[in-house]
Design a protein around this ligand. Structure first.
Ligand code: JB2
Length: 217
């Protein structure tokens, strides 16, 4: 952080692997960062990257009153988005501002729309006309080509490639290194296994995998 930069502080909700993935981008944008763990976590522990654990979910009202007014959901999701949804709803209902966090190395066309709570990771690319909903994860090195529409709570894993005009329904997970043909429509609540090659539309609430990608259950 440059000297003289404005004080800006944020809580990271969940202190595991996804938090570690997000932390470097957050530290380039914020001067003070604290981790909040689940109420069931028993002991204080060193947080990711040496960041302090400042409380549990039950402390969120007090932390807000103490001036922590921004929060970001740093529990990840691999298929099941229920916890991210619950925590996003909790912090927004308490009044926290939940920003989009965009790693400085990401490449984003000027007309791309990224909604609150979404993370764009290192060297991810989002090209013209694409839109990303709330609390999504566009992970390291993913490529979202032109005019894609990515729903709320979607996770596009590292290195996945969505060609132009792909639509991805909310809560869907696209596995690492997958490729999706242009103009494909992938439903909501879908899990696409890593390394898949999607050449046809995929309906809601199924798991699909392979090259070519087929519904498995
Ligand atoms: O209710 C909760 C809660 N439940 C678990 N509230 C809060 N505030 N935190 C909660 N947690 C915390 O989330 C756990 O105590 C732990 O610190 C963290 C989960 O860490 P874990 O590494 O198991 O999962 P993750 O979601 O952060 O990362 C996984 O998914 C990512 C997408 C990993 O597999 C990563 O490698 C992956 N990139």
């Amino acid at each position: 952080m440059e000297s003289g930069a404005a004080e800006r502080k944020i809580l990271l909700i969940g202190g595991g692997g996804h938090c570690h993935s997000v932390a470097d981008a957050v530290l380039s944008l914020y001067t003070q960062v604290g981790i909040v763990e689940g109420d069931a976590v028993q002991q204080d522990q060193a947080g990711e990257m040496g960041l302090p654990v400042v409380g549990r979910d039950c402390d969120l009202p007090r932390l807000f009153a103490e001036g922590w007014n921004e929060a970001f959901i740093t529990v990840g999701s691999v298929g099941d988005t229920a916890l991210r949804r619950r925590l996003f709803k909790k912090v927004t209902s308490l009044g926290y501002y939940v920003p989009a966090i965009i790693d400085p190395t990401a490449v984003i066309a000027r007309d791309v729309e990224v909604r609150d709570g979404t993370f764009i990771g290192k060297r991810a690319v989002l090209n013209s006309g694409s839109r990303v909903g709330r609390c999504a994860i566009i992970n390291t090195g993913a490529i979202i080509e032109h005019d894609c529409v990515i729903g709320d709570f979607v996770h596009i894993s590292p290195g996945a490639v969505l060609c132009g005009e792909v639509v991805v329904g909310e809560d869907t997970h696209i596995g690492a290194g997958s490729a999706v043909r242009q103009q494909s429509k992938i439903g909501r609540g879908v899990i696409v296994g890593m390394g898949s090659v999607v050449v046809k539309n995929i309906p809601d609430n199924v798991r699909a995998w392979g090259s070519p990608c087929r519904v498995v259950d």
